[in-house]
Design a protein around this ligand. Structure first.
Ligand code: AMP
Ligand code: MG
Length: 539
């Protein structure tokens, strides 16, 4: 029986959000109000309301994100919660809008894109003075929907909800997710692009980040020659999200760009550390805060293969393959540099900032690889070769990257150890042990001996090194097949695996007794199954 209290919105705490809505207050909005696909000029956003849906039902939520927003613990249990985060009821103070942005997709300028299926409710300032923007993904059409319907399906929403929280707990800069709500509406998608559209359950994820501003928000104004809008958006961004840089000026625009370069470098280093492949690194999917944003056909490296991409749309050119992500980030930063050039009018400092990206990335990557190996620091003289050979060793046979690094501190031995003794603790990491010929075992064994000699020089105890390595080499990641299993169950109405995975992925570096099944390598049945190893952009 439902109590009347359950329906009291105030008790759910959702009307006590301290909305500030600086974005719409300070930046120019669209003068036209029609919610139909169109070009929007002279504006950073268009006001638009989420669509009413039939039967909102809460599937999952993140209590940690609730705390960021000062939500009372019980807020999730109120019926009002699903209503609000499906978009049926606006919390007091919300002023919903969709932003205008453009972007380079797969290397080509694509013109106006924009929030085609994301509606921002506004920004709140929490009790610690932090600003958090709330965005409903899949809440209906906007002027930026182009040929899309503005909705999202359950499978892609489960993937975004789980992965963004998992990334946060791994220590990777990312947008967050507060909630995952079923709408009770059907959404038709041609998942395999083979002319067989199917009705799927519709869902809405509430994403949370300090800001969702993308490279493309700047590119659109530069492309249209709307330089005043460009300046207004950049001044706003600096004052709101980069206040430590000082009052906007051409010099501060440059420091801002340098900071975007540094943050982007750090983000990519983290992706390379955990084996994350974004899949669609278009400039409209790049956050100026250096956050991982827009979880679409992303994937996790299983066997270490720098050429792997999860995105079937990218299978030909493999532009967004794992090993290419650092170069693509640089290419995208160069597009952002061109976009802000009209405000700085100096090419050289922008070029220097791009070099700064390459240098920060190189340094960050080397330090990260040293930490994965449990080294005190990266010593170029010895470690360039050590790491270079490791990357070859990882490709000799199909080797699970996560399991390999997690097991590496268990390897023991000395010059007299046999290859088999050295390799034994890594056994689980190999998908096809029969691939390990004597020659390959010899090469792996040689590398392990060199590695053990190298760690010996640092003088850490085995347990110290193990602890350090286990804090950067996760045991649990959102393996592609695990997300798919959670989706399969959710589509049958069973949300328990989403809950379990969310909980396992909360402590990715900890041993979690009884949960080893979530740390196992991909089972053979998942090797070629859609959703497990290959994904389309259909979402
Ligand atoms: P994505 O590949 O998801 O980053 O999306 C690229 C662009 O397409 C963005 O402007 C999205 O807002 C838009 N888009 C993607 N899916 C839809 C949809 N179902 N309805 C409307 N717009 C969409
Ligand atoms: Mg996008």
């Amino acid at each position: 029986m439902k109590s009347s209290q359950n329906h009291h919105p105030f008790l759910a705490g959702l009307d006590t959000f301290a909305f500030d809505n600086r974005f719409v207050r300070e930046l120019p909005g669209d003068s036209e109000t029609a919610n139909r696909p169109r070009q929007v000029t002279g504006a950073c956003y268009s006001r638009v309301s989420p669509i009413q849906v039939k039967e909102p039902k809460l599937v999952a939520h993140s209590p940690e994100v609730g705390r960021l927003l000062d939500l009372p613990e019980g807020a999730f249990r109120h019926d009002d919660f699903a209503q609000v985060f499906a978009g049926n009821r606006l919390p007091m103070g919300a002023d919903p809008y969709a932003t205008c942005y453009g972007g380079h997709q797969f290397g080509n300028w694509a013109g106006q894109l924009g929030d085609g299926r994301a509606i921002n409710l506004g920004e709140i300032v929490n009790s610690r003075g932090e600003r958090w923007a709330l965005q409903l993904k899949g809440a209906g059409p906007t002027p930026y929907s182009r040929r899309g319907d503005g909705f999202a399906v359950l499978r892609s929403s489960v993937r975004e909800f789980l992965c963004s929280e998992a990334m946060h707990h791994l220590g990777v800069p990312t947008t967050r997710a507060l909630s995952l709500v079923l709408t009770g509406e059907a959404v038709v998608r041609d998942m395999f692009y083979d002319g067989r559209p199917k009705a799927e359950p519709g869902a809405v994820v509430c994403r949370v980040a300090p800001s969702f501003t993308r490279f493309g928000n700047f590119e659109i104004f530069a492309a249209r020659g709307e330089i005043d809008m460009l300046r207004r958006l950049l001044d706003y961004t600096i004052r709101t999200d980069f206040p430590h840089l000082g009052e906007p000026s051409p010099a501060v625009y440059l420091s801002w760009f340098e900071e975007v370069c540094r943050r982007t470098a750090q983000m990519i280093v983290h992706w390379m550390r955990v084996g994350f492949v974004h899949g669609v690194m278009n400039t409209d999917n790049m956050s100026v805060l250096g956050l991982t944003i827009d979880y679409g056909p992303y994937g996790w490296l299983e066997d270490y293969n720098p050429d792997w991409t999860p995105n079937t749309t990218d299978a030909q050119g493999r532009r967004y393959r794992f090993g290419n992500q650092p170069q693509i980030a640089l290419w995208n930063l160069a597009r952002l540099a061109s976009a802000v050039y009209p405000l700085t009018r100096e090419v050289e400092p922008l070029e220097q900032a791009l070099e700064l990206y390459s240098e920060s990335y190189r340094q960050g990557w080397e330090a990260m690889m040293a930490s994965k190996l449990g080294l005190e620091r990266f010593e170029p003289l010895t470690d360039r070769e050590l790491v270079g050979e490791l990357l070859t060793v990882l490709t000799l046979a199909e080797t699970d990257m996560t399991l390999f690094f997690r097991a590496l501190p268990m390897v023991e031995g000395d010059d007299s150890s046999s290859d088999d003794e050295l390799i034994a603790p890594l056994g689980e990491a190999y998908y096809c042990p029969e691939e390990l010929t004597a020659e390959k075992r010899g090469r792996i064994g040689r590398w392990l001996k060199n590695y053990l000699a190298r760690v010996h020089r640092d003088g850490f105890s085995v347990s110290e090194r193990r602890r350090a390595m286990n804090s950067v080499n996760p045991k649990y990641v959102l393996r592609n097949y695990l997300a798919q299993l959670a989706i399969d169950k959710a589509e049958e109405g069973d949300f328990s695996l989403i809950e379990t995975l969310l909980d396992v992925l909360r402590r990715p570096y900890d041993e979690q007794p009884g949960r080893d099944e979530f740390a196992k390598k991909r089972p053979e049945w998942a090797r070629h199954r859609a959703g497990c190893s290959m994904l389309s952009c259909s979402s």
